[in-house]
Write a protein that binds this ligand. Structure first.
Ligand SMILES: Nc1ncnc2c1ncn2[C@@H]1O[C@H](COP(=O)(O)OP(=O)(O)OP(=O)(O)O)[C@@H](O)[C@H]1O
Ligand SMILES: [Mg+2]
Length: 445
């Protein structure tokens, strides 16, 4: 992409109403614009990151055996009356009436809808287990939308639903999602720790939140320091095998959110291993048995026992919240520092003198070679000053930059800058291209 043709409305000033780094930087980097409290347009740069995050989430769901589908944002109220949640959900639910005065709502989650789809089509234990998911916008009329996309009212969520014959089987589905989540966040460069959590309006009594530690996180969390050192399971996990060991290793150590914190158990941890911190909830997994299948009569034939309600779980990831969470985790005074796996472009090319024949030719050459290698460069071919180009490129946080100007070209070199370390090296144009390709291929998980 040539910057002269792109749409990148970056801001020089930090917007006054943005309280935390990620919110400020998303506005300054031209990633999004607020349309109403907690409702945002995703501008092209932000949209690219959102799509990258979404794709990683999708790939890891697919790897774990979940099947993608798409349910609507608007749901009929009757479904929620069946589960009893139409009244329970309260003011967070956005209720709508259509022209025929039928009651609808903008979905805050989809347990009821998928339970109803399941009961419609699946009647036998032979159809089980099933894991179905979608990635769809949700609406929750939050009392205090804040921190930009981190606590929006409209937000993008991946939600998966599991259907099993028995509790024992349902725990196997729970474990699949648990392990898939560890890999999902690791692929984005994030360390997300599973912590025991309250179940809230979703229900059930087994639940973990996945938390990334961040000073500005809204959740207060407590855990054993050794939990922070356990690496992600890795993409070669066999999802058809026994995952209990992987889950046990990560749930044996104390880790809990504020709501279910057990001060006594925490006190028993040696002082140098106690972690009490703030964090961002990027995902949550629930097992809730027959909470929905019973009232909604989602039953299957049992090999011995007639008809039984299915055991269910649900598993959410805050796709749009993660974009803010990533920036909280990766930024410095100059701006955002994207991990390579989620960067909006792979590399920036900065032309120090557009219009100079040698510079234009070298920039074109590098741009075409990177594209031919399957990378996605952003080529700053504009007439802005060098200083403005440097600060804008640092602000939007592409992992690598190639700086090309007449002075270097006379010596046969261009400059390659690593955004994270600030390290700069001078290389020939071909070596610069090779170096960027090498860095990129190393980063791909
Ligand atoms: N208002 C929101 N804005 C952005 N993302 C959200 C919001 N509410 C929930 N999410 C994301 O969706 C995921 C699944 O939803 P879940 O029902 O577990 O949310 P929740 O526990 O109500 O979230 P919170 O406690 O932050 O309000 C959460 O883990 C979070 O990452
Ligand atoms: Mg939650």
């Amino acid at each position: 992409m040539r910057l002269s043709k792109f749409f990148l409305p970056t801001l020089k000033e930090t917007p006054a109403d943005a309280a935390i780094a990620s919110h400020q930087l998303m506005l300054r980097a031209g990633m999004m614009r607020q349309e109403s409290a907690g409702i945002y347009s995703w501008l092209p740069l932000g949209f690219r990151v959102l799509k990258k995050v979404e794709q990683i989430v999708r790939e890891e769901q697919d790897r774990a055996g979940a099947i993608e589908m798409l349910m609507p944002t608007i749901q009929p109220a009757e479904l929620w009356r069946e589960s009893g949640r139409y009244d329970d959900y309260g003011d967070e639910m956005l209720r709508i009436r259509d022209r025929h005065d039928r009651e609808l709502l903008y979905g805050p989650t989809n347990e009821e809808m998928l339970t109803s789809i399941f009961r419609n089509f699946c009647k036998s234990y032979k159809e089980l287990p099933k894991l179905l998911y979608h990635i769809q916008w949700k609406f929750r009329d939050e009392r205090r939308p804040r921190f930009g996309v981190m606590r929006g009212r409209e937000f993008l969520m991946k939600d998966t639903y599991s259907f099993d014959l028995t509790e024992e089987d349902a725990i196997k589905s729970y474990n699949k999602m648990f392990v898939a989540y560890l890999n999902t966040f690791a692929r984005m460069g994030l360390k997300a720790f599973p912590m025991k959590a309250e179940t809230g309006p979703i229900g059930g009594d087994l639940s973990h939140e996945f938390i990334i530690l961040a000073e500005n996180g809204e959740s207060e969390v407590f855990c054993h320091r050794d939990l922070l050192e356990i690496p992600a399971p890795g993409l070669d996990v066999d999802f058809n095998g026994d995952l209990q060991g992987i889950v046990d290793e990560r749930t044996a150590l104390y880790a809990a959110t504020e709501d279910v914190h057990d001060a006594e158990a925490f006190a028993a941890i040696p002082d140098d291993k106690k972690v009490s911190a703030r964090g961002i909830e990027v995902g949550q997994v629930f097992y809730f048995g027959t909470k929905y299948s019973e009232p909604m009569k989602a039953k299957v034939s049992h090999p011995q026992n007639g008809e039984v309600p299915v055991h269910m779980g649900s598993y959410g990831i805050g796709v749009s919240r993660i974009v803010g969470g990533l920036i909280e985790a990766f930024n410095d005074d100059a701006g955002i520092i994207w991990p390579r796996s989620v960067a909006p472009f792979d590399v920036g090319i900065l032309s120090m003198r557009p219009g100079d024949d040698a510079t234009d030719a070298a920039c074109e050459d590098v741009y075409c070679k990177l594209k031919a290698a399957g990378l996605d460069p952003l080529y700053d071919d504009t007439k802005s000053s060098a200083g403005a180009k440097f600060s804008q490129m640092d602000l939007i946080g592409l992992p690598d930059q190639i700086i090309i100007g007449p002075r270097g070209l006379k010596q046969g070199v261009v400059e390659v800058k690593d955004r994270a370390s600030g390290e700069r090296v001078e290389l020939s144009t071909d070596d610069a291209v090779a170096e960027i390709i090498r860095r990129h291929s190393q980063a791909v998980l």
